[in-house]
Design a binder for this molecule. Structure first.
Ligand code: FAD
Length: 451
């Protein structure tokens, strides 16, 4: 078994396969072009921000630990080509190419950050935040005490980078091309997050595109159509795309989302070839359409499924709801299912309700605001999506909505869900229940009007 990509999906697949087949039966070699295996990219902003003091605990398992389990994880080995016919990969290490044969191949090359051809994007001082080394480099740059930073892009990674910089006392501006930060949630909810960004002292510029990064031997400023922002440190958070260059060159089938097509067992249409993680597409449980999300939650599960199947077991990956949480300082943001922008092209009709509540009983110390938005199909009341913006304790409530979406529940079925309550944790009517109650009343009214 040859694995291309030594992080979440690839090494989960390797570990699961090893649990089911011992080394006499299955030899496992994993190629990772970076210097580390099984690292938590999700922890990188917190390392840069000094919340996590040391990068080493971000590595869940080193090549030496894999070796103890008879998994040969080779770092600084870049797979340059996959040959589906001769069943070999060509890999490059320390300037030398060599070939490795396989009976079973797992492509787990992840996602790659978008780097549009903006003049100056390759200047020293411009950082991405994708692999572990990027986090180590960014941390060093922040430790060196930059005078001003600009974050480009207001998605999850951009916001987490902005939080890190603010926490380290670096004056920071954030430039976002869209009308609000967090473009994956609806603009009315995104506006709350934009306000939170401003409230923590980040100079936020929305509806502005970066035209150039200026400097000479090092970054000096970021230019948009409207202004020039001085900066000696720039962090890019412009989004990611599936890393499918290798798969495409090998002639592997890509799906409509542009990611590698797999069946529910994570097998590609090519004999002996499997794929998992950010580089593959999955079925969205609400729309039924193929999508490509870049989330560690999904990559780990897909890698596990892939490894179980390679190990001789039977497992399937049913799909994704796009559940994700993030935060900017004290403000938590969560989403699951589809947003209004995502629903529009599907031709579905929906109702939405937004409610303001508190994270704890209103009288209880620490009760903080939480806004919950829920979307349901107009006639059936089927829950289609939910978004939450609030303070401590807000975000993980999204998991109730995710579970309901997963099970195809309608909002009226959710109203009497037996959710927990005590004053330090929630009001007696949890914000989840208040939101679905309001929406279910709306759905009922619409139904009555139709009759
Ligand atoms: C800053 C940041 C924060 C994040 N926060 C969260 C979060 O809070 N929650 C969440 O769910 N997700 C989060 N994610 C996303 C999550 O990290 C990814 O979804 C997950 O790592 C995907 O796992 P993967 O194995 O598919 O791909 P990756 O982790 O990208 O691993 C792919 C590996 O393949 C290697 N590779 C690629 N091509 C080759 C080649 N040709 N030869 C050899 N090796 C190759 C790469 O070096 C890489 O190590 C975050 C990501 C980042 C960057």
């Amino acid at each position: 078994m040859v694995v291309v990509g030594g992080d979440a999906a690839g090494m989960s697949a390797a570990s699961q396969a090893r649990r089911r087949r011992d080394a006499d039966d299955l030899e496992i070699v994993a190629f990772e072009r970076g210097g580390h295996t099984s690292y938590s990219a999700c922890g990188l902003p917190y390392y840069a921000g000094d919340v996590v003091k040391d990068w080493r605990p971000l590595v869940a398992r080193t090549p030496a630990q894999f070796a103890e389990r008879d998994i040969d994880a080779r770092t600084r080995h870049e797979v340059e080509a996959i040959d589906l016919r001769s069943r070999r990969v060509r890999d490059l290490a320390a300037g030398r190419s060599s070939e490795e044969p396989w009976d079973v191949l797992v492509v787990a090359t992840g996602a790659e950050p978008l780097r549009p051809p903006i003049p100056g994007i390759d200047l020293p001082g411009v950082h991405g935040l994708s692999v572990l080394q990027d986090g180590i480099d960014l941390r060093e740059a922040v430790d060196a005490g930059p005078r001003r930073a600009v974050v480009v892009g207001g998605g999850d990674i951009g916001l987490e980078a902005a939080e890190a910089l603010v926490n380290r006392g670096v004056p920071t501006a954030l430039v976002e091309a869209g009308p609000q930060v967090m473009g994956r949630i609806d603009p009315d909810m995104g506006a709350l997050v934009s306000q939170a960004v401003r409230d923590v002292g980040v100079e936020l510029h929305t509806e502005e595109k970066v035209e150039a990064i200026e400097g000479d031997g090092g970054v000096r400023a970021v230019r948009t159509a409207a202004r020039t922002l001085e900066a000696d440190l720039v962090v890019l958070g412009l989004g990611t795309r599936p890393a499918v260059g290798l798969a495409r060159a090998a002639g592997m089938t890509l799906g409509p989302s542009g990611a590698i097509a797999v069946n529910p067992r994570m097998r590609t249409p090519h004999e002996g070839v499997w794929a998992a993680g950010d580089c593959v597409e999955a079925r969205h449980v609400v729309s039924g359409l193929p999508v490509n999300y870049h989330l560690g939650t999904i990559a780990n599960k897909q890698g596990r499924v892939c490894g179980i199947n390679i190990g001789g077991g039977y497992a399937t990956f049913p799909g994704v709801a796009g559940t994700a949480v993030s935060k900017i300082c004290d403000v938590e943001v969560a989403r699951t299912g589809l947003s209004e922008a995502e629903l529009r092209p599907l031709g579905l009709e929906w109702e939405s309700a937004t409610v303001d509540s508190t994270t704890r009983a209103g009288y209880f110390p620490g009760a903080a605001p939480i806004r919950t938005k829920v979307l349901a199909e107009r006639r059936s009341g089927r829950l289609l999506g939910a978004q939450i913006v609030g303070r401590e304790g807000a975000a993980k409530r999204i998991d109730v909505f995710a579970t309901a979406i997963w099970n195809g529940m309608a909002v009226d079925e959710m109203v009497n869900l037996d959710l927990s309550y005590a004053p330090p944790f929630s009001p007696v009517w949890d914000p989840v229940l208040i939101a679905v109650r309001k929406l279910s009343e709306q759905v009922e009214r619409t139904l009555r009007d139709c009759l």
